[in-house]
Design a protein around this ligand. Structure first.
Ligand code: ADP
Length: 247
């Protein structure tokens, strides 16, 4: 059995835009080994939280800790090197490059020097090919990324995240805009990777996916967690219903 330990934590994390406290003293912990989901109504601060954790924006105050080590305000490439990988709500790929080239660029973006040295290029290519097999896109290795379906682009982006072998993977709406058969494929991949030891933190609006996939759900409202627990418990929580329905 997996023994969960606290992996990623925030303590009173705060970020305002003008007068809006997008993230408001959010203290929350995500255990290693789990598939964690982060849900909440539109505007509740989920994306801002993700951006603060991954270094895309600097929080005003509070801290972000990875296994007890403070990583607050570090630039994104350093946080990536610390073992946190992420995908974006609007898939980030290079449409004019081939699938294989996209993966080689992805590893460059996280600055993994050991895979960048010319002598290691063959190794990077081999790794990229292995990941294309893994996400079921190997037959499209030389296709332009802009020519494959949106769901396939999300799988390509996930393969790009896996290039740097992160131990914590943050996915921003992996099922958004994806057709149901590929949603199933993305879900199975997440399960497989989790069984291999990867921790997940997923922001997702597709409740069927959240409820079937996650071990632990954290609900955000107005910039902070208002409830958390196993999906079946959170689903019944009156505070959660109130946050969503605004009653
Ligand atoms: P969610 O991802 O849960 O929908 P967001 O983090 O996108 O929530 O937004 C939280 C709040 O912060 C919203 O009120 C939103 O309008 C505001 N906000 C987010 N990003 C910015 C920004 N760059 N500039 C101004 N306001 C922002």
């Amino acid at each position: 059995a997996k023994k969960p330990a606290t992996g990623l934590e925030t303590v009173r994390l705060t970020k305002s835009f003008g007068g809006v406290r997008a993230v408001d003293e959010a203290t929350v912990a995500f255990r290693d080994g789990r598939i964690n989901a982060l849900i909440g109504p539109n505007g509740s601060g989920k994306t801002t939280f993700f951006n603060c954790v991954t270094g895309m924006i600097k929080p005003d105050s509070g801290s972000v800790l990875l296994r007890g080590k403070e990583i607050t305000g570090r630039p994104p490439h350093r946080i990536a090197r610390g073992g946190i990988g992420r995908s974006f709500q609007l898939c980030r790929i290079f449409p004019r490059m081939t699938l294989l080239e996209n993966l080689l660029v992805a590893v460059r973006a996280t600055g993994l020097r050991q895979l960048l040295a010319p002598a290691r290029e063959a190794e990077a290519i081999e790794r990229a090919r292995g990941l294309l097999v893994r996400v079921g896109l190997d037959h499209l290795e030389n296709a332009e990324a802009g020519a494959i379906s949106y769901g396939q682009q999300k799988l390509l982006e996930l393969a790009g995240v896996l290039m740097s072998d992160p131990d914590t993977i943050m996915l921003d709406e992996p099922a958004g805009g994806v057709n149901p058969s590929l949603i199933g494929r993305i879900g199975s991949l997440v399960r497989e990777l989790n069984a291999e030891g990867k921790t997940f933190l997923i922001v997702e609006h597709n409740m069927e996916m959240v409820m079937s996939l996650s071990d632990h759900v954290v609900v955000f409202d107005r910039g902070r967690p208002i409830a958390e627990g196993p999906p079946s418990v959170v689903q019944e929580d009156p505070r959660v219903l109130e946050a969503y329905l605004g009653v």
